[in-house]
Design a protein around this ligand. Structure first.
Ligand code: PXP
Length: 237
């Protein structure tokens, strides 16, 4: 069983495709909550390609559950987060040309700035999570950064789903999660999860929350957002 964080970025993607105001990501967040979401995740990217600053402000004001702000580890984003005060920040690597977040943070390589920014965010009362690959060294560096939460990157497992390497990718996630639990770090997971591949992920040691976006918004095109969220919530409960 895990909490469900619904990522609403792609509702904003659809809105921005026509430069108007529909579909409204804030309405999507409220419908998600009404249908079982335990939290709402939104990624304020440097290029603002989907979620905009005003969306973050409205989400913070209007949602009743936990707001997880995904963002890059930059001075600009840290200062926005400190004034917004979401429940949690998930720090992710960001490249302008990527279609979506491609890999986990290199916590080892950016330890000093992550330590500084984690402290600034935590001093402002915001929980800090680091999005990392299923790698023991990155889990240990996450502990050293002062972050109290990691989000394990499930993308490689999702891509391997149904192939001969699925079990090995799941095993890497299991080991990384178990190590995080030993170090007293909370475990979230996400990226690429859908209605078919999510079940085995529920066995991750210490799992608290799954962040799921694209598959839910895609399913919503056919069955409506409420039923799409409800179905995912039932699957992971
Ligand atoms: N977690 C993180 C850190 C992400 O960057 C994303 C994608 O924005 C997700 C979870 C959700 O991934 P998906 O849209 O594939 O469900």
């Amino acid at each position: 069983m895990a909490l469900l964080g619904v990522n609403i970025d792609h509702v904003a993607t659809l809105r921005n495709a026509r430069g108007g105001i529909v579909p409204d990501p804030i309405a999507a967040a409220l419908i998600s909550e009404a249908n079982g979401a335990d939290g709402i995740t939104a990624h304020l990217r440097e290029d603002r390609r989907h979620i905009k600053d005003a969306d973050m402000t409205a989400l913070k004001q209007k949602i009743g559950t936990r707001l997880n702000m995904e963002m890059a580890n930059t001075d600009e984003m840290v200062s926005i987060a400190i004034s917004l005060k979401p429940y949690m920040v998930t720090l992710v690597p960001e490249r302008r040309q990527e279609l979506t977040t491609e890999g986990g943070l290199d916590v080892i390589g950016h330890l000093k700035s992550l330590q500084e920014n984690a402290k600034k965010l935590q001093d402002a009362g915001i929980k800090v999570s680091l999005f990392i690959d299923a790698d023991i060294q990155q889990v240990e560096a996450s502990k050293a950064s002062g972050a109290t939460i990691i989000e394990l990157h499930t993308g490689p497992y999702c891509e391997a789903f149904g192939s001969s390497t699925q079990a090995a990718k799941l095993e890497l996630l299991m080991k990384a999660a178990a190590h995080a639990v030993d170090l007293g770090i909370e475990v979230n997971a996400g990226h690429g999860l859908n209605y078919e591949n999510v079940k085995p992920i529920l066995a991750l040691p210490g799992l608290v929350e799954l962040n799921i976006g694209h598959s839910i918004v895609s399913e919503a095109v056919f069955s409506g957002l409420g039923p799409a969220v409800k179905r995912m919530k039932e699957l992971i409960s």
